[in-house]
Design a binder for this molecule. Structure first.
Ligand code: DAT
Ligand code: MG
Length: 152
């Protein structure tokens, strides 16, 4: 079975809008495994590191202020093709372009309040999991009885 992992984060607006259960439920119902989770009120420095590739963009300072303004829920999800499928569950970056049925397409309007984050590639997922959970023991390894009904 595939053991690909992705970093999914419920942003401060998602927490404030009480969408934590809704978002976790969507990943669970799809069949993915939750293998790491914590609530963090991240420092601005930590967020700047997370979004370092975007430093220099005009929206970067506002993005870092918003992302460090309140607690987030940081998660590691595991399963077949979960990086790409996680992005599909989230929807397009700008909610106005996100299809209904996606998290952003169902719950968000502005790009600067788009509810959730998902890694965009296997490599960035590894980097982000190490940043948020530490390089050593980020994910919990366990067997699910249901796996035989999700994977053939
Ligand atoms: P994504 O979160 O879909 O991976 P990204 O990595 O390009 O998108 O950008 C990170 C976040 O930055 C995004 O979720 C919301 C914010 N952002 C991106 N483009 C923006 C813009 N044009 N104006 C304001 N915020 C923006
Ligand atoms: Mg991104």
């Amino acid at each position: 079975m595939a053991t690909e992992q992705t970093f999914i984060m419920i942003k401060p607006d998602g927490v404030q809008r009480q969408l934590v259960g809704e978002i976790i439920g969507r990943f669970e119902r799809r069949g993915y495994s939750l293998v790491g989770m914590k609530m963090v009120h991240a420092s601005k420095e930590h967020i700047e590191k997370h979004y370092e590739d975007l430093a220099g963009k005009p929206f970067y300072p506002g993005l870092c202020n918003y992302m460090s303004s309140g607690p987030v829920v940081a998660m590691i999800w595991q399963g077949k093709d979960v990086v790409k499928q996680g992005r599909a569950l989230l929807g397009a970056t700008n909610p106005l372009a996100s299809a209904p049925g996606t998290i952003r397409g169902d719950f968000a309007i502005d790009v600067g309040r788009n509810i959730c984050h998902g890694s965009d590639a296997v490599d960035s997922a590894k980097k982000e999991i190490a940043l948020w959970f530490g390089a050593q023991d980020g994910a919990i390894s366990y067997k699910r009885a249901i796996d035989q009904w999700i994977y053939e």
